[in-house]
Design a protein around this ligand. Structure first.
Ligand SMILES: [Zn+2]
Length: 228
């Protein structure tokens, strides 16, 4: 019988083993297999074990976010930006960060490279998200209010009760249609402040392929936190 736990909206298999010499329950997140392993002492029931896993849900969520393989924003590193791969190149000298073919050129002192690329990425994210949100709000005839960017680990986007939108700038590392879906999702909340069938119909209007994107976020969303 297979067991699963829902973490950050993603369903993870729980692999249970009995260990005769184990004195307590042991839970581990296994990043390569992307599952949770649970070791049980001989006289602990599976039901007790699963209850224990449920109690550790928040801790597991942290583990998953932390263990996504880190990708340093350093010279030579390849990173996805709005769905295309670019190689980061530190070039020294003066000037502004720029794109040259499939490279992102970062001038200035090497010790400032990370800060400069982060600033640049956030600016690109803001520009693209604003452009997308404006277009999608027009599609559903709703006025757009303030847009802010965040680096929160819990949500990719949100819509306040008075219609202000906020997004994680890290969506810039996601496939383009995933970014488009998150923007569409929050714009649709300007019209429907819930997740009703009417809300999803509006999302479908402005992001026809949204199911695929929701799925991507559930499975790979934590990866967007690995670029640092
Ligand atoms: Zn929502």
């Amino acid at each position: 019988m297979s067991h699963t736990i829902l973490i950050n909206g993603s369903s993870l298999p729980v692999i249970i083993r009995k260990h005769p010499r184990s004195r307590r329950m042991i839970i581990r997140y296994q990043p390569l297999q992307h599952h949770v392993s649970l070791t049980l002492p001989r006289y602990t029931s599976i039901r007790q074990g699963l209850h224990f896993v449920e109690e550790k849900r928040a801790w597991l969520a942290d583990q998953i976010t932390e263990k996504a393989q880190p990708v340093p924003l350093a010279d030579g590193q390849i990173i996805p930006v709005l769905g295309n791969d670019y190689t980061l190149r530190h070039i020294g000298g003066r000037g502004v960060v720029s794109i040259d073919g499939d490279r992102i050129l970062i001038p200035g002192d090497e010790s400032f490279m990370k800060r400069r690329i982060l600033e640049w990425l956030k600016r690109q994210a803001r520009t693209e998200i604003t452009r997308l949100a404006t277009a999608k709000a027009e599609q559903i005839n709703k006025p757009l209010k303030r847009i802010s960017l965040r680096d929160t680990s819990t949500r990719w986007g949100s819509c306040s009760h008075d219609g202000n939108l906020s997004f994680s700038w890290r969506l810039i590392f996601a496939p383009y249609e995933v970014l488009e879906y998150v923007v569409g999702h929050e714009v649709a909340h300007i019209k429907h402040h819930n997740h009703s069938a009417a809300f999803w119909a509006t999302v479908g209007e402005i992001c026809p392929d949204y199911e695929k994107c929701r799925h991507w976020l559930k499975i790979y969303g934590s990866k967007l936190y690995s670029y640092n």
